[in-house]
Design a protein around this ligand. Sequence first.
Ligand code: NI
Length: 175
Amino acid sequence: MARIPIRIIPDPVLRQKAQPVAAVDKRIAQFMNDMLETMYVGNGIGLAANQVGSLERLITIDLSEERTGSKAILMANPVITWKADDTFTYKEGCLSIPDQYADVTRPQRIRLSYIDQHNKPQELEADDLLSQCIQHEIDHLDGVLFVDYLSALKRKMIVRKVEKAQRERDDGKIL
Ligand code: NI
């Protein structure tokens, strides 16, 4: 597996819509493994392809304690087929919006279909944090970020902080 650089806001790829893949072939299965490795290194529980510069509808998720890959969920072309009316609120962060967190409310339970890393169609019902995480990652594939659910003021504050930190990182040298 290989680590891929993570795109940070305001990288335009984070605002683009990813396209479905025709099938999960060897290249895509390998790419999903690379995404998983990248997600583990970044201590994220989810990652979407846009975040590593690809516009294919691929996401990786692992909510397990061990994070060895054995419990990871690798999805291509995930589609939500049902959403509960009940909602769930969780403090979300994002590898593309470093060090910023905010409460986001989403449907508490969802059903979805996707294609797994072996190119097999799968269905899944998810609730609570898993539901929240899948919705956050599918949003990425549509160019949507968790800050879009916040007030304009709060969103601007977060974006400004991240852009300032980026500029300082670009200007600075670690000695
Ligand atoms: Ni994210």
